[in-house]
Structure formats: C-alpha cells, structure tokens
Design a protein around this ligand. Structure first.
Ligand SMILES: Nc1ncnc2c1ncn2[C@@H]1O[C@H](COP(=O)(O)OP(=O)(O)OP(=O)(O)O)[C@@H](O)[C@H]1O
Length: 203
C-alpha cells in the first residue's frame, strides 16, 4: 500500500497533514505519538472508515482493520463469527481453522462472543484478520487486554503474516519482538491549525 501527502481530520478539525509511507510485502511500520496525536484518526482513514481531507491512498482494498471496537457479533459463537467473516471476505474453512488455532480459540469455539472475557474477545477480533485473507493489517493498539501469552500468540501471527508477504501498520506501545521496525512519529505531521490537547483543556 502506498500513502502520499495524506491529510486527516477528526470532528471536522485537521489533525495530521503531509503523511506518506509505503508498505511493501513483508514490511511493518509502527505509529508512535502521545494520546490524542492522531494515530487512531490516521489508521481509520487508511482503513477507509472515514474520508481523508486530501491525499492519495493506493491499495486500500487490501486492508484488514482491527480497532478499539471489537466488531464481534455477540449472539454468534466464536466459530460462527469467524465463519461469518470468511463468507464476507470470500475465504473458507481452512482460514477459520487456522485462525482458531493461531489464537488458541479451539476450546472456546462454541462460546457466544458476548460471553467471552475482554482478552478472549480481543483474541477473536485479531483472529478475524486471518480469515480476511487481506495482506495489509492495520491495527490500533491490538494488544490491549491481552495477557503475556496472548501477546506472544499475536506476535507469532504477525511474524508469520509478514513472512508470507503480508504487511503491518500498527499503533502500539508494546514491543512486539519484531526486531528493527521503522517508526512513524505522527507528531511530525501535526496539522498546523490543530488545537493541541493542552489548549483544548482551557477552551
Ligand atoms: N469524535 C471526535 N470528535 C472530535 N474530535 C475527536 C473525536 N475523536 C477524537 N478526537 C480528537 O482528535 C484528535 C486525535 O485523536 P486520535 O484518537 O486520532 O488520537 P490517538 O493518537 O489515537 O490517541 P490515543 O493514543 O489516546 O488513542 C484528538 O485531539 C481527539 O481529542
């Protein structure tokens, strides 16, 4: 995926401008920046969940997004959720089985998503990435609620994905053990007209 001169806004206010990056096969890029600096806004825009102010994005149809909202169907079981997404993305049973295995969800496959713990829900949300068949994973704080073992499962899934020619754009404060990963500090792209979080407090 290639992003050039992208400007993004939240609530009508420009947040970042001039953002550009290229993600090729096997590439990972970590977004950094303090709370409110625009990481979520950038990720949501790249994923097509909100329109950009301006700029170019090539390869957006290759993106699978996992954000804060888990997007699970709470009345469906773990397996049914994954099967549902497999049908949406045109993949099949093999991907569902691989997703259950990668996130150690087999023992929970008959449990309704609504009855999962926070960390289990997060594991299911991340397992969904595997059934999309999409190469570019765009992830917003994917390890929130995960215990150490589950962070390890996630890191393994990411390494495997990158090894198979996938790509990753991720906002995370956790070291995923991926070795040297390029970092994009979003504060370098703060839109000039943006009201700083500190100023907002006094409005
Ligand atoms: N629904 C909204 N309406 C208006 N402004 C918003 C809305 N959501 C977020 N913002 C503002 O947009 C700016 C960027 O927020 P964003 O969530 O992209 O930051 P972030 O870097 O992901 O932060 P965090 O690390 O806290 O998740 C912030 O100043 C935030 O207050």
């Amino acid at each position: 995926m290639k992003v050039s001169d992208l400007a993004v806004s939240r609530g009508g206010v420009p947040v970042l401008s001039g953002v550009g990056f290229h993600l090729g096969a096997g590439d990972a890029l970590v977004l950094r920046g303090p709370n409110g600096s625009g990481k979520t806004t950038l990720l949501r825009t790249v994923a097509g969940l909100q329109p950009p102010l301006s700029g170019e994005m090539m390869g957006r149809d290759q993106v699978a997004y996992a954000g804060h909202a888990d997007g699970l169907k709470s009345a469906l079981t773990v397996s049914e959720n994954l099967t549902f997404w497999a049908s949406v993305f045109g993949t099949g049973r093999a991907q569902v089985a691989a997703a259950l295995s990668a996130f150690e969800l087999e023992a929970l496959d008959d449990r309704r998503a609504g009855n999962l713990s926070a960390g289990q829900k997060r594991r299911l949300g991340l397992a969904r990435l595997l059934v999309t068949g999409r190469p570019v994973w765009v992830l917003d704080e994917p390890t929130v609620s995960l215990d150490v073992a589950a962070v390890g499962l996630f890191a393994d899934a990411v390494r495997s994905h990158l090894g198979q020619g996938g790509a990753l754009l991720v906002a995370t404060h956790v070291d995923l053990g991926l070795g040297e990963v390029p970092v994009l500090d979003v504060t370098a792209y703060s839109a000039a007209s943006r009201i700083s979080a500190a100023d907002e407090a006094f409005l």
